[in-house]
Design a protein around this ligand. Structure first.
Ligand SMILES: [Mg+2]
Length: 312
């Protein structure tokens, strides 16, 4: 498990760091100027290997899970990042999403984590999906899908409490759990579809919301042409784009570079994609030069070791 935790978390942070310099660049621009290696500066004026809010909040999630599952502690850990740059690449915060900022401001004022999140339809950015991966390791022995759903929902809801965000995280977690079992990624995708569909058949969720996930759950997202795959900051776009990249490319490097070069919310699309690809392909498939450039790699190593001892 320690190897998977490590390749998953490094996978998130390296994807994130590859995307940071070109955040907001369009797909057209990146078609002519593709990212092929770790770069620095440009968009956020950060040195190469700098990860952003996506990875910092994923590390905060992992840090909190090292003590056990407690969303109040997790929310306070997120606030520590927002206020003090805890788990910042250079101990600072240079970017934060609106929904996350509003929700964590409530936590800071004393609101409990179970009611701190924004819950309107417009609060469905990718801000909880980008930090959910560590929960997979906490849940790796959990067989009850209902328990998995509730825990994923609670963790998402600290900031992103709308159904759609929680459900997107749930699909991602179920898929990662299948990949952890080392089944083939296409088999794992089919397993995920079956597990989620079986779960849904016993639920009375709003069918309008569930239909939004038809591309992923009823069809094969990998088969859509690139022009139908969007890479904005909207949670549904990010989930589709990450699955699409992961299913269509066969190395860690190719998968995350494709995610970055889709443009738009480059760092987050690549962080979410990089988590899947990291877990699946393992540390040996992540280019060594990228690991060497990554900020705080020794701290990340230490965090992975502590989390693996807790969840083994
Ligand atoms: Mg970011």
């Amino acid at each position: 498990m320690e190897n998977k935790i490590k390749s998953g978390l490094f996978g998130v942070a390296i994807g994130d760091a590859l995307g940071v310099p070109v955040e907001f660049k369009t797909r057209d621009y990146l078609r002519s100027n593709p990212v092929q290696d770790m770069m620095g500066f440009m968009c956020w004026h950060q040195p190469p290997g700098t990860f952003s809010d996506d990875s910092s909040l994923a590390f905060c999630t992992a840090e909190s899970l090292c003590k056990g599952f407690d969303i109040e502690d997790m929310a306070i850990t997120f606030v520590k990042w927002m206020e003090e740059g805890y788990w910042g690449a250079h101990h600072k915060v240079f970017d934060i999403g609106g929904t996350t900022r509003h929700s964590l401001a409530r936590v800071l004022k004393g609101e409990p984590a179970r009611t701190s999140g924004n819950f309107f339809e417009e609060d469905n950015g990718n801000g909880s999906l980008m930090r959910i991966l560590p929960l997979v390791f906490h849940l790796h022995k959990e067989k009850d899908v209902e328990v998995i759903y509730q825990k994923v929902k609670e963790v998402s809801s600290i900031t992103h409490a709308h159904f759609r965000s929680g459900f997107a995280c749930f699909i991602y977690v179920i898929y990662c759990l299948e990949i952890l079992n080392e089944v083939d990624k296409i088999e794992a995708y089919k397993n995920m579809q079956k597990i989620v569909s079986d779960f849904l058949s016993a639920k009375k969720f709003n069918p309008v919301e569930i239909q939004l996930f038809d591309r992923i759950l009823k069809n094969n997202i990998a088969e859509y042409p690139e022009e139908n795959i969007h890479s904005s900051g909207y949670v549904l776009d990010s989930l589709q784009a990450s699955l699409w990249c992961f299913l269509n490319w066969n190395t860690y490097e190719g998968t995350v570079l494709k995610a970055v070069n889709l443009g738009g919310d480059t760092d987050t699309t690549a962080a979410i994609t990089g988590g899947l690809a990291g877990v699946y392909y393992g540390m040996d498939n992540i280019p060594e030069k990228w690991i060497a450039t990554l900020a705080r790699k020794n701290d990340i190593d230490d965090l992975c070791e502590r989390l693996s001892l807790k969840v083994k």
